[in-house]
Design a protein around this ligand. Structure first.
Ligand code: 13P
Length: 255
């Protein structure tokens, strides 16, 4: 099973548009057998989008962030219990755009751990700002991941995915997407860290996704040469045509 996760970020502007895009994505996920589509919508829309959404094995709705407590005096926050009560199954934690606002590895780890207690799959993001010639980015991603896993119990890997998103490859100002080879060396590093934390069997089961300027032309390489278990897609996930094309491609070529 491959996972294609759309991160809508702070788009679109209206619930009406959000409903239309979600409906199109649902339609294109209807006949899937080997691919799971997850759409992570803005927090303010997830309640309305979740209403009446029938659960299927190939399509799910998720959120883009979550707090690390189930309730409390936390103005503006959304709790894992609240997301779970809507029937949501996925939540992104530690996206680089949230880390850029000051989120720490410890907070990311607490968020993931608490979400996982509610059987929400935490899509935990890591990635370096830049690639330096001396290869310091390896150590950086390793320690970022190590610290982001710290609060997650060693026997609780079932509801976890890691998304490798190099910041230099994300968004409309990206220099370029990462190359599959850039990803491959990182999947090895991430896998090692997962095995160190969860042990061999469980560590190998955690899916590793790639995110950063994925489109219809480059998606295939990340899954084959890059050995990713799925993709985390920003801009293109707002386009039913572009996203649908990636989903179809992945479904045809991968089991
Ligand atoms: P883009 O696909 O727009 O580069 O965004 C990647 C991302 O940040 C997904 O979480």
């Amino acid at each position: 099973m491959k996972f294609i996760i759309g991160n809508w970020k702070m788009y679109p502007k209206t619930l009406k548009e959000a409903k239309a895009i979600l409906a199109a994505h649902r339609r294109s996920a209807r006949l899937l057998k080997r691919t799971k589509v997850v759409i992570c919508a803005p927090q303010v829309f997830v309640g309305a989008l979740a209403t009446g959404l029938r659960k299927t094995t190939t399509f799910a709705l998720g959120a883009q962030d979550v707090f690390w407590e189930d309730e409390g005096a936390r103005t503006g926050e959304t709790s894992p219990a609240m997301l779970a009560s809507l029937g949501l199954q996925y939540v992104i934690v530690g996206h680089s755009e949230r880390r850029a606002l000051g989120e720490t590895n410890k907070e990311v780890s607490q968020k993931a751990a608490q979400a996982m207690k509610h059987k929400l799959t935490a899509v935990l993001c890591v990635g370096e700002q830049v690639r330096d010639d001396a290869g310091e980015y390896f150590g950086l991603v390793r320690s970022q991941l190590h610290a982001s896993l710290a609060e997650i119990p060693k026997n609780a890997s079932a509801h976890l995915m890691i998304a490798y998103e190099p910041i230099w490859a994300i968004g409309s100002k990206a220099l370029r997407p990462a190359a599959p080879a850039d990803l491959h060396e990182m999947t090895i590093l991430i896998r090692r860290e997962l095995v160190a934390h969860f042990g061999k069997t469980a560590g190998f089961r955690v899916p590793i996704l790639y995110g950063g300027s994925v489109d219809e032309r480059n998606a295939e390489g990340f899954l084959t040469l890059g050995e990713a278990d799925g993709l985390l897609i920003g801009r293109v996930s707002l386009s039913p045509e572009g996203f649908g094309a990636i989903v179809r491609l992945v479904e045809q070529k991968h089991s």
